[in-house]
Design a protein around this ligand. Structure first.
Ligand SMILES: NC(=O)c1ccc[n+]([C@@H]2O[C@H](COP(=O)([O-])OP(=O)(O)OC[C@H]3O[C@@H](n4cnc5c(N)ncnc54)[C@H](OP(=O)(O)O)[C@@H]3O)[C@@H](O)[C@H]2O)c1
Length: 276
């Protein structure tokens, strides 16, 4: 599995498995299926209500802990220094782990102005050795600049909505300038981009499926990518993206599908869980 080295020296697989909207009852089977296929990175969150089942699947797989990269996220309601430390303990309890590879602030909720204290708590968890790497999700340039300026530490990664209809050129350029890894959420646009005729034609040319083409586009752009599926055949299909390459023209054509269209909430207005 190809991986990238984060600015803190830790290594993260380029392809992971996301479990947003996977019901608790289906999570263990989906994660087991992903681990059997070869995925070695799982992306969950306190807000997904399936951390317990993710942890169970990882333990039942029998894989050594250090062979599986686990990410979870701090929910909005828990932002703040002390509440972050408590929420971390609760997530680790549910996951059944004593070490987390990557902890992310799920949303900035800038109007509540607690993300700096939250990140300072993340720094404490990292210095205690309980978390390998600390990063953020859904942060805009202004939020990243503030974290870097006020805490003296650059988040290793920003997990953002990113797919062919939302290419995020400006944010990716800022990330590149600062050594921040870009991780793409809803990398398939929750399935919407798979119906695009340009993607369909390139899939035909490459003798691959539309999902494989889109995931491959992410990998070649340099993104970390975490597609979700509860369908075993798709879990397998989405993993088989390392034995072909898109041409520069195909890459350009897919990137040109950018329309600024989101499938999920906007970071400016998403404040669920926090009174602002
Ligand atoms: N940080 C954040 O705020 C945030 C927000 C959203 C998501 N995320 C993370 O990003 C992960 C991925 O995003 P997402 O779940 O929103 O959407 P996604 O991965 O872009 O798309 C998932 C949808 O595509 C379908 N699908 C998957 N593979 C397919 C294939 N090969 N062919 C056809 N359809 C396919 C799935 O259907 P089936 O499952 O029915 O097969 C599901 O409906 C999440 O699971 C989560 O870990 C993070």
């Amino acid at each position: 599995m190809p991986s990238i080295v984060l600015i803190d020296g830790k290594v993260i697989p380029k392809l992971g498995f996301g479990v947003f909207q996977v019901p608790e009852s289906a999570t263990e089977a989906a994660v087991m299926s992903a681990l059997e296929v070869g995925y070695r990175s799982i992306d969950t969150a306190a807000a997904y209500s399936n951390e317990t089942e993710v942890g169970t699947a990882v333990r039942k797989s029998g894989l050594p802990r250090d062979e599986v990269y686990l990410t979870t996220k701090l929910w909005n309601a828990d932002q703040g220094y002390d509440s972050t430390l408590r929420a971390f303990d609760a997530s680790m309890e549910r996951l059944g782990l004593d070490y987390l590879d990557l902890y992310l602030i799920h949303w900035p909720v800038a109007a509540a102005d607690r993300y700096l204290d939250t990140f300072r708590a993340f720094q404490a968890l990292k210095s205690q050795g309980r978390v390998g790497s600390i990063g953020v999700s859904n942060f805009k340039v202004e939020h990243l600049e503030r974290v870097i300026g006020e805490t003296g530490e650059t988040p290793v990664l920003n997990q953002i909505e990113l797919h062919p209809n939302l290419v995020q050129a400006q944010l990716r350029a800022f990330h590149a300038e600062h050594g921040i890894a870009t991780e793409a959420w809803s990398p398939l646009g929750q399935g919407t981009v798979l119906k695009d005729p340009v993607i369909a034609r390139i899939a035909q040319e490459a003798e691959r499926t539309p999902a494989q083409v889109v995931i491959r586009w992410h990998i070649q752009l340099g993104n970390i990518v975490i597609p979700k599926s509860v369908t075993p055949s798709r879990i397998q299909e989405n993993f088989d993206v390392f034995s072909f390459e898109l041409t520069p023209d195909q890459m350009r054509e897919i990137t040109a599908l950018d329309s600024g269209t989101r499938t999920g909430p906007h970071p400016d207005t998403f404040t669920v869980g926090l009174d602002v």
